[in-house]
Design a protein around this ligand. Structure first.
Ligand code: DLL
Length: 460
């Protein structure tokens, strides 16, 4: 068997005891520094009655307070920074669709560390120095584009900074520049595949062999569809801006079974999302990360809201780091439909198992007569539409098929849903992170709220 090529074998194959010693040392330094430099953490640690001296083993981390997204928002923009802005070379921010954006900063060393973990990730996915890498993650405040870009440059790849959108032109560049590696969200990879099909562009006019896909939840079923359509190997990359951006963990090409966490920089825990208790290795719960080496905005026990589980089993690639299983869902994406809890990824699994359907779908939730109603809008395949003929509306009637899907959703997930079969291209295509859920109840509420703000209220 040929030896696995690793970007940083020393760090990726450390023995468990060596790694844990390193983590403990870094964790103590981090806690001391947060206590001294960030009033928010001093206050939280004082309240919990803990300090660096409380940390005798890694397990003692459980006594320390969590950090949440709301803490970043409440301390907007720079309240949780550990370094003055004069030492910060870059700022990124979330889109802020749910209020104030969350802002993160990077020192020069942070950018180096981020590039290092992205280079490790590229290598684990089977990229090689000299590869042409087409990067369709968005450039800008989102961390995806620039994170992968710097990692790829450090790695020695030739980067095509395509960013999101203008899909036809991206396909042209894929054809003419001959990229072997595609970095994008899984939903955008599908958009590329379907656009090629619609334009009648043959697969053998592009040289892609591998995709490094992440930034949104996706299922094994979606992976199969992407691999089948684009004839590439699709691998999962995970990350979040509060921890660093892309490159917190990466699935390796040899194992394809969980994502290697770059544990010398990011310390993972799995907790019960309700009680906050740390769960044993192997149990499913909410992922929590502590940054061990970040300078500008290190975070202590950051609650990601992502559901996964950890494994310490040996991997076929020889890396010794803990692996996290593909994120099953985000806690705040859970839908409650007439009392039944369901995640969009569970609905995706049911839909993608049916060959009559294409993988473009949206879940629309509305309220009718005080009851929540879920509409599953999913496109049928081109072949099915051709068999059936032409339609004036976007929504087509295949009553047997929609009843069949309704039954599958009821039997497998216990949910009652309207199923609307859509013509090809009727569901909006993703250019970055796919919008899987449209919650009209929230839209109505926020419209009502903004109307109330705009309406002048007389005090007399
Ligand atoms: O999405 C960073 C990133 C860019 C990761 C490119 C991978 C590739 P945020 O915009 O802060 O950062 O969103 C972070 O996206 O908490 C997860 O819910 C979700 N997410 C990221 N990667 C995956 C993945 C970037 N591989 C949030 N699978 C995270 C499932 C993912 N969800």
């Amino acid at each position: 068997m040929s030896k696995t090529f690793m970007w940083n074998e020393k760090c990726e194959r450390m023995s468990r005891s060596e790694l844990e010693n390193l983590q403990l040392g870094r964790l103590k330094t981090l806690i001391e520094s947060l206590y001294k430099k960030v009033p928010f953490y001093k206050e939280r640690m004082d309240k919990a009655g803990v300090s660096a001296s409380s940390l005798k083993t890694l397990a003692d981390l459980k006594f320390f307070p969590f950090t949440k997204k709301t803490d970043l928002r409440e301390n907007y923009p720079f309240g949780l920074f550990s370094e003055p802005l004069s030492n910060v070379t870059r700022l990124h921010a979330s889109s802020g669709t749910k209020g104030k954006p969350t802002v993160v900063g990077y020192t020069k060393n942070d950018i180096d560390m981020w590039s290092e973990v992205c280079a490790r990730s590229l290598c684990a996915a089977g990229a090689r120095p000299g590869d042409i890498l087409h990067n369709s993650y968005g450039y800008g405040l989102f961390t995806g584009g620039m994170g992968m870009h710097y990692g790829a440059e450090k790695f020695g790849a030739t980067v095509v900074p395509a960013s999101g959108g203008r899909t036809q032109q991206q396909i042209l560049l894929l054809q003419d520049f001959g990229a072997r590696i595609l970095c994008s969200t899984p939903s955008y990879a599908l958009n590329i595949a379907y656009t090629m099909e619609e334009l009648g562009i043959k697969r053998d006019t592009i040289k892609l062999e591998r995709g490094i896909f992440g930034a949104e939840p996706w299922t094994e079923e979606l992976r199969s569809q992407i691999e089948d359509k684009l004839k590439i190997e699709a691998l999962d990359i995970y990350g979040l801006s509060e921890i660093v951006g892309p490159g917190v963990s990466m699935e390796c090409a040899e194992g394809r079974n969980g994502l290697h966490i770059w544990e010398d920089h990011f310390l993972p825990e799995i907790i019960d999302p309700v009680t906050g208790d740390v769960l044993p290795i192997g149990e499913e719960g909410e992922l929590v990360f502590t940054t061990l080496t970040k300078e500008a905005i290190p975070v202590l026990r950051y609650r990601t809201g992502d559901i996964s589980r950890l494994s310490l089993e040996t991997c076929a690639c020889g890396r010794t780091t803990a692996r996290m299983q593909r994120v099953r869902a985000r806690l705040d994406d859970m839908l409650i439909i007439r009392g039944v809890n369901v995640y969009p990824s569970e609905i995706e699994k049911v839909l993608l198992a049916l060959e009559e359907l294409s993988p473009h779908y949206q879940l629309v939730i509305d309220r009718r007569k005080a009851l929540d109603v879920l509409s599953v809008q999913v496109e049928v395949t081109d072949e099915l539409t051709k068999q059936w003929g032409h339609f004036d509306n976007d929504c087509v009637e295949f009553s047997n098929l929609s009843t069949h899907i309704q039954t599958l959703l009821k039997d497998n997930l216990g949910i009652t849903a309207d199923v609307q079969l859509m013509k090809p291209k009727a569901v909006p295509r993703s250019e970055g992170k796919a919008v899987r859920v449209v919650d009209k109840r929230k839209e109505d509420k926020s419209q009502a709220e903004s109307a109330a703000v705009k309406t002048p209220v007389s005090k007399h």
